[in-house]
Design a binder for this molecule. Structure first.
Ligand SMILES: Nc1ncnc2c1ncn2[C@@H]1O[C@H](COP(=O)(O)OP(=O)(O)OP(=O)(O)O)[C@@H](O)[C@H]1O
Length: 261
């Protein structure tokens, strides 16, 4: 289980951006963290991966991965966790790619750093994963530099890398928001398959309540660094505890009279 226990996070001496935040993610479960821009969603993801930027620090509480606190891990220990045990799809996964290295080279390097055996096996796995996220002509994509791909294609490369090693926990920050609807659907299916086939626990970060409701077992609603609601999908949709959640539900578009949650 990935667990946040009463976590407070500050950047430098600024007031906390996340306060007394608790969340748990079991393997085989999909949960969503929903909230507006600046509410602290990415901070949660970065903290869980040991990657708080700048002067970000955890000032209270604990984060546990399968029962062990991650707060005192050193960089070497994080290296062993990232990729296999927990992997992240950053908000702009495409931009995280190295611009001066071909997709194939960096994908293979990533797989080898995180334990995929030889170059050939890593290369084959990379091509398979690129196909799996719906990239046409995956062999050709391997030879491309990131700038030769569209934004949506780069995003899919980032997603393919994050899920390649079947992490126990996948943390995905707005993984589909930059993509067209067809690709979004493909990625959503892939995320569900990761849960089904590999029993992965998935934390989806999104401002899209309709997507959260469609995919998740549990939904957490964050506003200005505080949890204002959490519960099963049905509880959140049918019995929201906060006005903010009610407003989010109302803002989901209706098509033909049916609300898409
Ligand atoms: N590196 C940083 N240094 C200082 N403050 C930061 C840093 N990163 C984020 N913050 C602040 O922390 C707060 C939460 O930001 P965060 O990016 O976690 O929100 P978010 O919900 O993910 O927003 P978005 O949906 O726009 O990505 C914001 O007030 C932001 O200004």
């Amino acid at each position: 289980m990935l667990e946040f226990r009463n976590v407070t996070i500050q950047y430098g001496d600024e007031p906390p951006v996340l306060e007394h935040f608790s969340l748990s993610l079991e393997k085989g479960e999909i949960i969503s963290l929903v909230g507006e821009s600046g509410s602290g969603k990415s901070t949660v993801l970065n903290a869980a991966m040991g990657l708080l930027p700048g002067r970000g620090r955890i000032t209270d509480g604990d984060i546990l991965l399968d029962g062990n606190s991650v707060l005192a891990l050193d960089e070497k220990e994080w290296q062993r966790i990232r990729g296999r045990k927990a992997a992240a799809v950053p908000q702009d996964a495409g931009a995280a790619l190295d611009p001066i290295m071909t997709v194939g080279k960096q994908f293979v390097e990533y797989l080898r750093t995180h334990g995929a055996a030889d170059k050939k096996t890593a290369g084959n796995l990379a091509v398979k994963m690129l196909k799996d996220v719906g990239l046409p002509d995956a062999e050709n994509v391997m030879d491309n530099y990131p700038f030769q791909l569209s934004g949506g294609m780069r995003q899919r490369v980032g997603i393919a890398m994050a899920i390649a090693l079947h992490p126990d926990y996948l943390l995905a920050d707005e993984p589909t928001s930059a993509l067209d609807v067809t690709t979004q659907a493909q990625i959503v299916l892939r995320i569900r398959e990761l849960r089904r086939r590999y029993e992965a626990g998935i934390l989806l970060i999104t401002h899209n309540l309709a997507l959260a409701a469609y995919l998740s077992d549990h939904i957490y609603v964050l506003k200005e660094g505080r949890l204002v609601d959490s519960g099963t999908r049905e509880e959140i949709l049918n019995h929201p505890r906060s006005r903010y959640t009610e407003a989010l539900i109302r803002s989901v578009p209706c098509i033909g009279g049916d609300r898409y949650v």
